[in-house]
Design a protein around this ligand. Structure first.
Ligand code: PXP
Length: 248
């Protein structure tokens, strides 16, 4: 397996820690620089409607200061569309957002939301921003993403990470099948949510996968090991799984 696999580091939870006290430290932009120095291929940040972690100024500074692609996660709202069109990130990843959830629960419903998304997406594409939809690993969601003009899908790995034993194996098979189908219909395939050192290998080994976006585990583990060491280790595990030399 030789297809390159990118690592996108999500730095939202550096901002979570900062916002616990207000002020400016720890700075998620500094974390982004360190992650890139350690081998991250891109940075992901989710500007939520309630601004619980990343703030508008973080997005502006990330866009101005980092020299790797910025993947701007956002809900499909008018407010976020305006911000995206102003900031012009490399890509936007459209996610469902509920105020009361702790983290993004489930994928975007590209079928149920088709009408709204078919109006929402074109201005982003016209501005030269790549559009990714965070969806469940289901062929009908992939077909809907394709028909909406998205170039990328990000498959939700939350359930795969949560399950154990046979249920995890079944979920992995579902993700692998969806990744193959995405490639067949011409969609670039990414994945993310809940990935850790323990769970990343089998997802990284899926040949048509081109990018993994990982946040909470990396930032949490960085408390003990430092963000550079964690990113480097994640990179090694991804590369080993990709080349078939890993033990996971
Ligand atoms: N991808 C998407 C679309 C997400 O919403 C998130 C969580 O913000 C992630 C990846 C990263 O998930 P985690 O923080 O669990 O690694």
């Amino acid at each position: 397996m030789t297809n390159p696999l990118r690592l996108g580091v999500n730095i939202d939870h550096v901002a979570t820690v900062r916002n616990a006290r207000g002020g400016t430290k720890p700075d998620p932009v500094r974390a982004a620089h360190l992650a890139i120095q350690a081998g991250a291929d891109g940075i992901t940040a989710h500007l939520r409607e309630d601004r619980r972690h990343i703030l508008d100024d973080d997005i502006t500074r990330l866009r101005a200061q980092i020299d790797k692609p910025l993947n701007f996660e956002m809900a499909a709202t008018d407010e976020m569309q305006k911000i995206a069109l102003k900031v012009k990130p490399h890509a936007v990843c459209l996610v469902p957002e509920k105020r009361k959830e702790r983290t993004t629960e489930g994928g975007l419903d590209a079928i149920g939301g088709h009408k709204q998304l078919s109006i929402f997406i074109p201005p982003l594409l016209d501005a030269g921003i790549r559009v990714s939809l965070f969806i469940e690993a289901s062929p009908s969601q992939l077909d809907a993403a394709k028909s909406l003009g998205a170039q990328v899908v990000e498959l939700h790995t939350g359930q795969y990470c949560y399950e154990i034993g046979d249920a995890r194996t079944a979920e992995l098979a579902r993700i692998a099948a969806a990744a193959r189908y995405a490639a067949e219909i011409g969609l670039e395939c990414h994945a993310g949510h809940g990935l850790t050192f323990e769970t990343v290998g089998p997802i990284a080994a899926i040949e048509s996968m081109t990018e993994l976006n990982i946040g909470h585990f990396i930032i949490g583990e960085a408390i003990y090991l430092g963000i550079e060491n964690v990113v480097k280790r994640m990179r090694v595990l991804m590369d080993e799984a990709r080349s078939g030399t890993g033990t996971l």
